[in-house]
Design a protein around this ligand. Sequence first.
Ligand code: UT7
Length: 332
Amino acid sequence: MEKTRAVITGVNGWVPDYVLTNKELETMVETSDEWITTRTGIKERRILKGENKGTSDIGANAIKGLLEKTNTDPEDIDLIICATVTPDMPFPSCANMIAHKVGAKNSYSFDISAACSGFIYALTIGSQFIETGMHKKVIVVGADKMSSIVNYEDRTTCIIFGDGGGAVMLEPTTEEVGVMDSLHHSDGSGSPYLHIKAGGSLKPASEETVRAKEHYAYQEGATVFKFAVTNMAEVSAQIMAKNNLTGEDISWLVPHQANKRIIDATANRMNVGPEKVMINIEKYGNTTAGTIPLCLSDYESQLKKGDNIILAAFGGGFTWGSVYLKWGYDPK
Ligand code: UT7
């Protein structure tokens, strides 16, 4: 019997209009455009401004564009999975809000919390529903409004993060394209190095937690950097070996955009030249679950059917992983 795979049949990214440049950050904290550029590769990031705007607006805008591009009726969507660490509220899930905003009346929906690895986790999960034959149209969206959890007085985090997201449509195929393989990991012993201290069940919000600024993202950058460099490179090399792929077979590496130096180390380990690495960190910074679909969207016009693509991510948890996919369509 022919194997059914999940193939990406469309992608669309969305970022808010407001551009927060390194120059503007120089006026907010003690930093410099030169430091940020050389240490991270980031020049600017987008910020979602305005009252009553949350991550669901980012996700919904990404999906509205995706529905248009793929000529899909929202009522034909079976399932929406949203990867995010900045849902509009602790519950209901951000995916529930998004489904409502895009008119996906026949869809159910849920969130995945895996920080910067969220999109690739969700992609693997969504693919299973297609492979089993349970669903015909699944949307996976990665979106984060990082500005809602960033302390703009903390120069070690505020220079890194931005707001944005992207969505892909998954549909069944029996051709030799689509999501071919996945490798995922998590290790909760990494939580002390990247987390939000309060606002969860362990330490509920109080006047004290607000005063102590414990509702912002906390990161020990150098430690996370060390783990990210090693693990993102290692898992990417592992998925290549498992599928008998060499650097030459790879058309594109799509790395989580956390730091240009982590991206370069991963590409080196995979033996993949810089011309095959998707990078847009200079424009958007680290949008957490948004980085990988935003890259796919920015590079969509250069992707060809059958291209071998490795997605790789590392993030809070720790979580990390890699997905091997064969691109499903030529530029439209
Ligand atoms: O996406 C989820 C996973 N996250 C990551 O993968 C992020 C991984 N970590 C990183 O990308 C990097 O660690 C950072 C970009 C966050 C920081 O870069 P670093 O090269 O690791 O810097 P550092 O934290 O070791 O700090 C070096 C110096 C320190 O000064 P001293 O102690 O050497 O005098 C910092 O205080 O740079 C200082 N510094 C800054 N200087 C100017 C830290 N932040 C800044 C800043 N501007 N914004």
